[in-house]
Ligand binder design. Sequence first.
Ligand code: AMP
Ligand code: MG
Length: 402
Amino acid sequence: MAESFERARTLILEKVFPLSVEAVGLLAAAGRVLAEAIESPCEMPHWDNSAMDGFAVREEDCRPGARLTVSGYIPAGGTADGIRVTPGEAVKIMTGAPVPAGGHAVIPIEDTEADGETVVIKGSPRVGDHIRFRGEDIQQGELVMTAGSVLRPAGISLLASFGFTTVNVYRRPKVAILSTGDELVEPGEVVGPGQIVNSNAYSLAAAVKEAGGVPVLLGIARDTRESLKEKLAVGLQADVLITSAGVSMGDRDLVCEMLQDAGVERLFWKVDIKPGRPTAFGLKESTPVFSLPGNPVSAIVTFEEFVRPALLKMQGYHNVIKPFVKARLLEAVKKRPGRVQFLRVSVTENGDRLEATSSGDQNTGILLTMLRANGIAVLPAEREKIEAGEEVDVHLLSKEKL
Ligand code: AMP
Ligand code: MG
């Protein structure tokens, strides 16, 4: 029996879990998911420092027009050791430099007139002006990021500020990709009669990379038990195995049988979707195995809807299902009730709303309409027809054409 689209995705997401944790350098950590909580080892800033290039002054000396003696200079990277702001004096200070003892405020250069020896104050600074106080940003021991946070540039900035050079994140899954079929040749090889090029391995590898995984290309298994057995055994060493083709009802569609033989427990093997009905999912112990259809469009669409969320969950992400955007479908679409239909669409902005049009021939054999689509409209199973002008849910594939 075929599973519904939602149930199939739930079954998958119930069975995959974040992988082990690895320590990586800060650059490699960008965009990854933290596997540890981060507490600040220190106060930030470390000491009171100037937020402006200017003069450290005492509040009571600073009536507008007051002339003060410049008694010292603290550049960025300098220290305030032995320097004190005494009555009638100002200390020249650069942004980020430590505020000297006795300095109540920093008055920015643009609010002064200086001649080197003396400085005339134009404003009337109040205590604390233009000083970043020790610990005002972050307290020592403060929890700044929880495990499960995605490391964005600000997070990387904090880790660097704390002096960390590595951080613990969830590992990226190694994803073995196996194409199956007697008709396949590799790109660059002579394409004989009846043969086609193994493009799925490359589209799927590209999709794996886009989803943060590490693709491992296993090449082609022929439609024989021996060939499949050998290649599947290698593929099952990876964190995830994806096969394409050989799961329909054809004489030589042996993938399901050979997966079972290899000890893969099947959770479903058909989904009520179009395209992509012959999609299967199973587990060998904790290793997920996706058997995607051979048709290049179906392989891309089923990857997007089923494999991508699983790869994200394995990397520790929480929001693994792409949020829908609402777009107004500009033409009526007839569909087969009982199956979710993935309509390849081109989404454009029109004022403050999005509009979607079919990117062309929706036959599963037509790759060009996949290429020209920047979204997949997910049309509900129960519907028979979507009227022109109705809002539909779209998974954006790219923001490029918006
Ligand atoms: P199958 O699921 O084996 O019946 O294959 C369905 C369709 O997908 C057939 O037209 C195959 O030639 C095509 N196909 C299978 N594998 C690949 C592949 N690796 N790259 C491109 N097309 C493929
Ligand atoms: Mg085949």
